[in-house]
Ligand binder design. Structure first.
Ligand code: ATP
Ligand code: CA
Ligand code: CA
Length: 410
């Protein structure tokens, strides 16, 4: 917060950042619309669209509107490739613009990185500022990520819908010659995992590690803290119980996703769980049931946007979970003492990699020459520990009722 009481990020007022992003995305998506769609080519992953937005606006070569901030530049990375990602998830250009153009809600970030988080008014998208090295990494990741999305849309990995860089020149009094200093703020647009129409009673950010994995005192004071691994073990020593089919589907999905992450030497990601306790929905019993029914949520526009869609669960008829629950999209679960839960889950924060560049080269080479040469690197260890924690400690399988055997009276 600056001296005038405005929220700032890298000494810039954040409202400026948000509005610039809105202008930039509008311009970029509008421009794409005019261009003919074609298949994504490799060059499309490397493309950067650079647009200047002078304060007074301009008419040539393409009009930009006047605005109330300083001149700025917006870079849109791989616009054609990201358009294709959005299409894959059924996000029409008009929908994307409609979501982006309404005021964002700022989220209090419990992370240590200092990133800003915003949520679009319709709940669909999370906007997160990322560090330079994370943005660079996402760029190198795009072709592989694209390949994965094409093969498998049902995934708990984050879905990236855009990568942008906002640049302003800051003229500081100490730069006497009037030379400005460029400031860059990199921004990703992703899917939101935690719906706001459903009351979330607990939230966990899990890594499968116990080292320093406890919410700190500041976090604990918050109205809805994000708890960590050790807190989970303390609060749910027996874990969450899933029926066998759901358990298997979730495990398979995470396994598949982790394989992708490990192949990119990504680590330090988390499994996010939003817990809705069904029997404790906040409406007091005296108020007439409606206006907020958590199980008739606004339909999500995006396809494969709920955890249930993403884990590809297939149920046999007698084991089908409550229709009511499936509609809301959360994963049905129970606590050890039988409380009914609906879980909202996904993998987040995947833009950290282990010795990125060198390892990436190493992988490419190893894959080409001999896959068996890849040694057990840290990312593999990370992924193993992550899955072990999730499927031994956090999630438990409800033992399936054995089918009734015919009386054997002979
Ligand atoms: P750090 O690197 O210190 O862990 P960060 O700034 O990179 O933090 P993340 O780990 O990505 O931040 O996310 C911080 C928190 O924000 C998460 O614990 C979660 O509560 C919330 N969050 C992040 N991504 C999403 C998402 N896609 N949907 C809903 N909530 C999210
Ligand atoms: Ca994190
Ligand atoms: Ca991070």
């Amino acid at each position: 917060v600056d001296t005038q009481g405005n929220t700032t990020f890298k000494r810039l007022p954040t409202n400026q950042l948000v509005e610039a992003l809105q202008l930039g995305i509008q311009y970029s998506v509008g421009g794409l619309e005019a261009r003919q769609a074609h298949d994504v080519l490799f060059q499309d992953f490397l493309a950067v669209e650079i647009t200047h937005f002078p304060k007074a606006g301009r008419t040539m070569p393409k009009a930009t509107p006047p605005h109330r901030f300083n001149d700025f530049t917006m870079r849109t990375y791989a616009p054609v490739a990201f358009r294709h990602f959005r299409e894959k998830f059924n996000i029409k250009p008009a929908d994307y613009l409609a979501s982006i153009n309404r005021p964002f809600r700022e989220l209090k970030n419990p992370g240590a990185s200092g990133s800003l988080f915003y949520l679009t008014a319709d709940d669909e998208f999370i906007i997160k500022t990322v560090q330079k090295k994370e943005a660079e990494f996402l760029k190198t990741l795009l072709p592989g990520y694209y390949m994965n999305i094409i093969q498998n849309q049902r995934t708990l990995l984050p879905k990236f819908f855009g990568l942008y860089c906002y640049q302003v020149t800051e003229f500081l009094p100490r730069n006497k010659r009037g030379a400005g200093e460029n400031k860059n703020i990199r921004i990703t647009v992703m899917n939101n995992l935690i719906p706001s129409h459903v009351q979330i009673h607990e939230k966990y950010d899990l890594k499968g590690s116990t080292y320093k994995r406890r919410a700190n005192s500041v976090e604990r004071q918050k109205e809805s803290p994000t708890w960590k691994d050790l807190d989970f073990i303390e609060r749910h020593p027996q874990g969450f119980f899933l029926d066998a089919d759901t358990f298997t589907a979730l495990e398979k999905t995470v396994e598949r996703d982790c394989r992708v992450l490990a192949s990119f030497h990504i680590m330090d990601y988390s499994f996010l769980i939003g817990v809705h306790r069904i029997d404790q929905s906040s409406e007091s019993p005296s108020t007439p049931a409606t206006p907020v029914d958590p199980f008739s949520p606004k339909p999500k526009r995006m396809i494969y946007s709920t955890p249930m869609d993403n884990i590809q669960a297939q149920f046999d008829e007698q084991n089908k979970p409550d229709e009511h629950l499936v509609k809301a999209g959360g994963i049905p679960a129970r606590t050890a003492d039988g409380q009914k839960l609906s879980l909202y889950v996904g993998i987040i924060d995947i833009l950290q990699s282990y010795q990125l560049r060198k390892k990436l080269e190493h992988t490419l080479k190893s894959v080409v020459t001999d896959g068996t040469q890849i040694s057990v690197t840290h990312p593999n260890y990370y992924s193993e520990r992550f899955r072990k924690f999730l499927f031994n400690t956090v999630f438990k399988q409800i033992p399936q009722k054995a089918p009734k055997l015919k009386d054997d009276t002979s």
